[in-house]
Design a binder for this molecule. Structure first.
Ligand code: SF4
Length: 517
């Protein structure tokens, strides 16, 4: 039975809400085959927004008719067959380009409507989907990229993430949320999923119940970045692994039925949580789920920000996972193809994507590691990248994104390379660049965050950046970075960061990190 849209008669709904009442976002899936036959010009402009529910955005400039597609990779786990299909799509339709996002998803650019049905078919043939990767719906679920292989994980979350992902895929009960909705489910004790910044996060925890220690999760809600960032709040509940799906449904139901639908910029779950507070949110959750035990002990230790460079032993004896750097998350499709081949030749044919925009190849036997590392591709995609290149993250930026104010990806890469030549530091400094306040590049959690702006120059508006310092998601003292006074022209970013980092190097006390400083 269809649920009741309790907001349907609200006279103050925003324009997008009115559109979603006329046509559900998922209904665009019924139209795409026809548009593909009739061509881009046959798509009415008022239908463009709905493509997001299929994981498709029109790339900049919209009128040219090229699409960006985001593909869900739950927990970032890709089989050989899936990686091969993704590489094939990139090669055949996406100008040989594949981006890894800060949610472990994969993005293509330059796709044309005529090719989308074939791309959907190829994705479906290996159990992948772009549906729900964009739009007012549950986005790709961030998980532990080391799920099932991590010697330190509290439990293997692979199946839980799959179960929740499949429940929400193409689910009309939850396809009309107030806005985008982000979830993480991870038992990685180093907070690899960045639990503080999702709408809802399942965080590793334990609790003694009836004299026995039970492994499960704490539930954090109301995190999110963009122009008004919030750290998630912990609810006083303990969730057993078998309750994760029910809890995910309950939180999503609360967001669907109580989330704000008047102003788009106030429609994220974080605003509801900020207004209600953790106590009231928990009461509503209990109303839907029944009584829950109070929270136990968090099992989060120091934060690794989703970085896994180098060769590490798995929980399976004799096997290793190897973490590689993909500079600013951009691969060629040929490189993805090659990574898939290597993962099969030396291991079990699996690649994992990380929210740090990097990759891990798991299941490599001890005696195959050295041989694998001699493969030519690992000269660029390396286990031992120079420091600033290693810890640089960038959003898509003006190259393809309609909301961008400035160019980011290539710029971030060049700035990192410059700093690697000019500054020597014995600790990593995480640099994040975003092209607008939406913060897909997650600048708020960076040691140094760079947010693109436009500034008045001598002959019109020019690209510039605001600089923010001191972000961290360390367990005890998570905080967003703070804006420095003034803004800098885009061409000055590299030398200004050099000065800032040299000042830090000269004045820091020993072992002081950028955050402590
Ligand atoms: Fe586009 Fe802004 Fe997101 Fe960058 S942060 S990809 S510019 S919306």
């Amino acid at each position: 039975m269809a649920y009741t849209k309790v907001w349907a008669d609200d006279p103050n709904l925003n324009e997008m809400e009115k559109k979603k009442l006329q046509k559900d976002g998922l209904d665009i899936l019924n139209d795409i085959e026809r548009y593909a036959q009739e061509g881009f010009a046959s798509i009415p402009k008022d239908q463009w927004d709905y493509f997001k529910w299929a994981g498709l955005y029109l790339q900049r400039p919209k009128e040219d008719g090229y699409f960006m597609m985001r593909v869900n990779i739950p927990s970032g786990i890709l089989t050989y067959a899936q990686a091969e299909v993704l590489a094939g799509i990139g090669r055949d339709y996406g100008r040989n380009l594949v981006d890894i996002t800060t949610r472990q998803a994969v993005q293509f650019h330059w796709l044309e409507i005529e090719h989308i049905p074939d791309i959907f078919k190829r994705l479906a043939s290996v159990g992948l989907s772009s549906v729900g990767a964009c739009g007012d719906i549950l986005r790709t679920i961030v998980g532990n990229p080391l799920a099932g292989i991590d010697p330190h994980e509290l439990l293997d979350t692979t199946e839980i993430v799959q179960e929740v992902y499949h429940f929400f895929q193409r689910n009309y009960d939850f396809s009309n949320l107030p806005r985008k909705y982000k979830m993480s489910i991870s038992a990685n004790v180093h907070n690899a999923a960045n639990a503080h910044i999702h709408c809802v996060s399942f965080v590793p925890a334990t609790k003694v119940i009836d004299g026995e220690e039970v492994v499960g999760f704490h539930l954090w809600v109301g995190g999110g970045l963009s122009a008004k960032p919030y750290l998630a709040q912990e609810l006083d509940v303990f969730i057993r692994p078998e309750q994760v799906k029910a809890a995910a449904i309950a939180v999503t139901t609360i967001f669907r039925d109580y989330g704000y639908r008047h102003k788009r910029h106030r429609a994220r779950l974080k605003f509801l949580v900020a207004d209600w507070g953790a106590e009231k949110f928990k009461d509503k959750l209990v109303e839907l789920m029944g009584e829950l035990p109070s929270k136990g002990t968090t099992q989060l230790k120091e934060w690794n920000a989703g970085y896994f460079y180098g060769v590490h032993p798995q929980k399976q004896e004799g096997l290793n996972y190897i973490g590689f750097n993909v500079p600013v998350g951009r691969l060629s499709a040929d490189e993805l193809w090659e990574l898939a081949r290597i993962s099969k030749t030396y291991g079990q044919g699996e690649i994992r994507t990380c929210n740090s925009q990097n990759v891990v190849i798991p299941h490599i036997p001890d005696d195959q590691v050295d041989k694998l590392l001699k493969e030519p591709i690992f000269k660029r995609i390396t286990i031992d990248p120079p420091s600033f290149t290693a810890y640089s993250v960038s959003c898509t930026g003006i190259e393809y994104c309609n909301l961008a104010l400035v160019e980011t990806k290539e710029r971030m890469k060049q700035v990192a390379e410059y700093l690697d030549r000019e500054v020597e530091l014995d600790i990593p400094v995480r640099l994040h660049m975003t092209g607008c306040p939406n913060s897909c590049g997650q600048r708020q959690i960076a040691d140094i965050g760079l947010q693109g702006v436009l500034m008045k120059g001598e002959s019109g508006m020019v690209e510039a950046f605001d600089i923010y310092v001191g972000g961290t998601l360390e367990v005890e003292h998570a905080q967003f970075n703070q804006k420095l006074k003034g803004r800098i022209l885009a061409e000055d970013v590299a030398p200004v960061l050099k000065q800032l980092l040299l000042y830090f190097k000269e004045n820091r006390k020993s072992h002081e990190t950028f955050f402590d400083f």
